[in-house]
Design a protein around this ligand. Structure first.
Ligand code: ADP
Ligand code: 5GP
Length: 191
């Protein structure tokens, strides 16, 4: 990957669950036809409104493990009782289509991608505080109480690892945060 300006570049977006990174990622894709969303594989349950092959590739645990054994992942993690991973085929497709690729991955996955591709753009999304993050996560109504508390338990570790990302954006007002992320990406693609 890499090379020509604005082609074949990698952008990593990470944040604690509920911070708004998927919402921001979708807006960025809408604003930049040159950027593809890296569709991860996961074993978690499909949420209302999510489409298989668009938001995630929804796999059984057996299928996921089989693909791990087959070397199909660039990185993968077990998070909140489920597997999540970046498929090599997503990178291959972006190279074939000569497009940039945006990853929505957790902090450990993001740092693994950076290790493999040091030129990747690293952006970390924060909320103005943990209370707001909790409120957003609860309001999303996608998790059971058990999974919700697993997600919240992981927040301090994720926030401390977030300091290793080059760019930090606070998602208070959504439009402002999208504007900031968009600007960081535009500069990177032109560099
Ligand atoms: P993540 O992908 O980081 O888990 P989401 O993008 O799913 O987070 O956002 C979590 C919830 O917060 C969603 O219901 C989303 O609509 C909402 N949300 C995102 N950004 C904002 C914001 N700036 N202000 C208020 N609500 C937001
Ligand atoms: P969610 O279940 O809310 O969609 O995602 C939970 C967490 O998994 C989020 O932090 C999300 O960024 C992360 N995630 C999604 N796909 C991947 C992936 O391919 N690899 C890693 N490491 N994390 C992922």
């Amino acid at each position: 990957m890499n090379g020509e300006a604005g082609r074949g570049k990698l952008i990593v977006l990470s944040a604690p669950s509920g911070s708004g990174k998927t919402t921001i990622a979708r807006e960025i894709i809408r604003l930049n036809p040159n950027i593809r969303f890296s569709v991860s594989a996961t074993t978690r349950r499909q949420r209302d409104g999510e489409r298989d092959g668009d938001d995630y590739f929804f796999l059984t645990r057996e299928e996921f493990r089989r693909r791990v054994d087959g070397g199909e992942f660039v990185e993968w993690e077990e998070l909140f009782g489920n597997y999540y991973g970046t498929l090599r085929s997503e990178l291959d497709r972006a190279i074939r289509e000569n497009r940039n690729l945006l990853f929505d991955v957790d902090v450990k996955g993001g740092l693994s991608i950076q290790k493999a591709y040091p030129a990747a753009l690293m952006i970390f999304i924060r909320t103005p505080g943990v209370e707001i993050l909790k409120q957003r996560l609860r309001k999303r109504k996608t998790e059971t109480e058990e999974v919700l508390s697993m997600r919240l338990d992981r927040v301090p570790m994720e926030l401390s690892m977030g300091d290793r990302y080059t760019h930090q954006v606070v998602n208070d007002d959504l439009a402002t945060a999208v504007g900031e992320v968009h600007e960081i990406i535009q500069k990177y693609l032109q560099s």
